[in-house]
Design a protein around this ligand. Sequence first.
Ligand SMILES: Nc1ncnc2c1ncn2[C@@H]1O[C@H](COP(=O)(O)OP(=O)(O)OP(=O)(O)O)[C@@H](O)[C@H]1O
Length: 362
Amino acid sequence: MDTLLKLDQIQHAYGKQTTISHLSFDLRKGEIGCLLGPSGCGKTTVLRCIAGFEPLMEGEILLNGMVVSRANFSLPPEQRHVGMVFQDYALFPHLTVAANVGFGLHRNHPTERMQRVAKMLQIVGLAEEANKYPHELSGGQQQRVALARALAPHPDLLLLDEPFSNLDISLRERLSLEICDILKSLHITAILVTHNQDEAFSVADVIGVMHQGKIMQWDTAYNLYHRPANRFVANFIGQGIFLPGKMLSPGKIEIELGILTEDIYHQYELDDAIYLAGTEVEVLIRPDDIVYDQQSTLQAMVIHKAFRGAEILYTLKLTSGRTLLSLISSHHNHAIDEKIGIRLEADHLVVFKKENYTDAQE
Ligand SMILES: Nc1ncnc2c1ncn2[C@@H]1O[C@H](COP(=O)(O)OP(=O)(O)OP(=O)(O)O)[C@@H](O)[C@H]1O
């Protein structure tokens, strides 16, 4: 697949405050990328740079191999063939649904424009609502009109900034999948900005986890969860806790739950020192790594439980006083203060060197 969008070491600042620093990623044609990160990390600013609303201090943005932004140069937004969908829909209240969708098609012949509008409304399932006004539609319908309007001029790239955040949870899940299907069926290349992991996981082919204006890891959801590149990603994605451990010998780590051998853990901060016996490390334990085992001699006390339907998320206290999370089938309904047998069942644990606490605790 060809690269459609390339961000190469971009730098951006609002006044003296650096907002984006040395940020790079590539997106291929037809891919849906996602920028995921805590509030204020710079996600919207990256979208605005791509759209051409913000100048770069350094680095380059290329669309279809052509530089559209670099220091002292910015191709105007309307010449970039980039569509945008915002959180607040931004529909024109005095125009009908059809007129909203046709708004960006003023250069087209009227017949062609009508056909295109009808096609877009049919794709987003709103053919029947063409003559209504935005206030006569639900939030989900308005967002689909906004999508149809952004797609109508055939953009090369679609940017979606928190498009579902004004919708209630069930609608947001349904609409995000629906919109993902529409984008995939039209082979649209898109970038979605969100701070909602579930949304990123269900929609994106590739996700960039952002922190303080940088991309911490640009990867698939699977790798972000199972192979986080650093502690920030490990903390930010999914749930889990770090248990302290010690290298016994190369390939062997002792933690409170037993001895881990090299076949079940990965160590990412590739540094030879981590192999030395006695090195203190921390091992990321996810809730699905800890299973209930009545026969196990390893015991932990239930100190909190959160019912999740098919499963219960237990917070367990180990003998040392450290806590663990465990996702256990809700058929096993243990009581608070009950001691239960547990076992570590994992095939790819992540290990970090102890002192590497850099910006992990957000
Ligand atoms: N117009 C502006 N002028 C000055 N600073 C700004 C401006 N817009 C954003 N910022 C600052 O730039 C940083 C990045 O903001 P940005 O909106 O890109 O973050 P975000 O990750 O999209 O946040 P959120 O998820 O809350 O929307 C923040 O510290 C923000 O306060």
